[in-house]
Every structure is written in structure tokens, then in C-alpha cells.
Design a protein around this ligand. Structure first.
Ligand code: FPP
Length: 249
């Protein structure tokens, strides 16, 4: 940057595709589950960092609907880690007044993980300042299908008319109905794919890809991503000239 201070706002909502746990472990001769364990540590640190930096909404892609295709031993380790994480972190979330949400086909999670999740969600339901969302058994395509089914049911029940359908009506049926759209999506580990994550919601998000593996991603790396985001010009379909002359919100 030129040394001028950047007055553009921080993102309100950051989504993260936490990738690279397996490679982190392999580089050190550890098992993949050990990489996920280190990934969980990075997850804790990033939740704290978001609060320190004033980021109110954080959504983490913790387990995709496609991740069931991994070896059984890894899926089991990930579900146990999730349960442990929830049981350990709930107290901290309450202390920090963070509300937990989950998106995805949650009823298909193993019982113990599902119960731990429900307990943590219920225990933090009263908070509104900070929002942590875990995407679990999540797939954007499944989300659209589930929303379409709910929408079709609402038509059958005579609650809405398909003729006046707009995005506002439809998006009320997405798992993310309570959340603002993400402003910034970060993917770690050098992969430059979206992998079925928040496809609808990220229509106008900025993307940030970094080589850093997830277990090595901390507050400093998050600040770099945010600085990069603040240097972007978000136009939402308008021209650069229109953006330059519009009065600040
Ligand atoms: C992708 O890395 C990561 C996952 C599929 C799991 C994400 C889980 C965590 C970050 C830890 C647990 C989090 C919670 C909330 C308990 P990868 O395994 O695909 O890495 P690779 O591409 O290097 O193999």
C-alpha cells in the first residue's frame, strides 16, 4: 500500500475452507488424524482472532457431504474430534458470548456428535454479538435441493406463490437464512477451488487463497487476508466510477 490509511471496512462475515491438515501431518510423518487435531487448535485460535479483530460472523467448513468418502478411520477421528471440540469449547463460547450455528444435513451426523452440537447450540442461543457457524455434512447443492423442497411444500400449503418468487423469499429456506452473506472466503493450502461451499451466498464475496496449510494459519495470516480484502474494490455490478463517487454508507 502507499502508506495512506485504508478506510474500507473490515468484512462482517468471513467463511473459511480449512484445508491442508493431511499435508501438514504428512510433512511431519504424522497420521492424518493428528493433522486434524492440529487443525482444531488453529480453529480455536481463529475464533479468538476474529473476536479480537471485530469480525462478527465466522463460518468454518469443518466437514463436507463428500468427506464421508474418506477412509472410515479418518471419518471416525473427525467425528470424535468434533464431539471433543464441542464439549471442550462450549464453556469458552458462552464466556465470550459467541452464538454457535450449524449448517448442513445435521440429522445425518453420528448421534454423539449431533447431541454435543445441539447442546452447544442451545447453550449459546441467547447471544447475538458474535456468530460462529460450523458447516457439517454440508454441500451447497444439497442446501439448494433442501431449500427447493421446502419452497415447493410452502407452495403446496398455499403459503407462497411461485409467480412472485424472488431471491429474498428463496434464501429464507437456505440453511444460512439467519446469516448475512459472506464478504470474504478464505481457502488455505494452495488449492483454488470452492468445493461446494456457500455457492449461493458467495455470489459477491471476495476470495482469498493462501499456500499456508490450515494448522499454520493464525491471527497474522488472518490479518493479511483481511488487509488484502480491504484493498479490493467491491462493485456489486456497478462501475468503478459509480463506486468512487458514491457517499460512504
Ligand atoms: C481438509 O484438510 C480438512 C478437513 C476435511 C477437516 C477440517 C477439520 C478441522 C480443521 C479440524 C476440526 C474442526 C473442528 C471444528 C472440530 P485435508 O484433510 O483435506 O488436508 P489435505 O488436503 O492436506 O489432505
Amino acid at each position: 500500500m502507499s502508506g495512506e490509511s485504508n478506510t474500507k471496512p473490515n468484512p462482517t462475515h468471513i467463511g473459511v475452507i480449512m484445508d491442508g491438515n493431511g499435508r501438514w501431518a504428512k510433512q511431519r510423518g504424522h497420521s492424518r488424524p493428528r493433522g486434524h487435531k492440529e487443525g482444531a487448535k488453529a480453529t480455536r485460535a481463529i475464533i479468538d482472532a476474529c473476536q479480537e479483530l471485530g469480525i462478527r460472523y465466522l463460518t468454518l467448513y469443518a466437514f463436507s457431504a463428500e468427506n464421508w468418502n474418506r477412509p472410515d478411520i479418518e471419518v471416525k477421528a473427525l467425528m470424535e474430534l468434533l464431539e471433543l471440540f464441542l464439549n471442550r469449547e462450549t464453556k469458552t463460547l458462552i464466556k465470550k458470548r459467541v452464538r454457535l450455528h450449524a449448517i448442513g444435513r445435521i440429522d445425518e451426523l453420528p448421534d454423539r456428535a449431533r447431541k454435543a452440537l445441539k447442546k452447544a447450540i442451545d447453550a449459546t442461543a441467547e447471544f447475538d454479538d458474535w456468530h460462529l457457524t460450523l458447516a457439517l455434512n454440508y454441500s451447497s447443492r444439497n442446501e439448494v435441493l433442501d431449500a427447493a423442497k421446502a419452497f415447493a411444500q410452502a407452495i403446496t400449503d398455499g403459503k407462497i406463490s411461485p409467480n412472485t418468487l424472488d431471491w429474498g423469499d428463496f434464501s429464507k429456506h437456505l440453511y444460512t437464512a439467519e446469516l448475512p452473506d459472506p464478504d470474504l472466503i478464505i481457502r488455505t493450502s494452495g488449492e483454488t477451488r470452492i468445493s461446494n461451499f456457500l455457492l449461493m451466498q458467495s455470489a459477491y464475496a471476495e476470495f482469498y487463497f493462501t499456500e499456508t496449510l490450515w494448522p499454520d494459519f493464525g491471527k497474522e495470516q488472518l490479518q493479511e487476508a483481511i488487509a488484502c480484502y480491504r484493498n479490493r474494490e467491491r462493485r456489486f455490478g456497478k462501475t468503478g466510477e459509480q463506486i468512487a463517487t458514491q457517499s460512504p454508507a
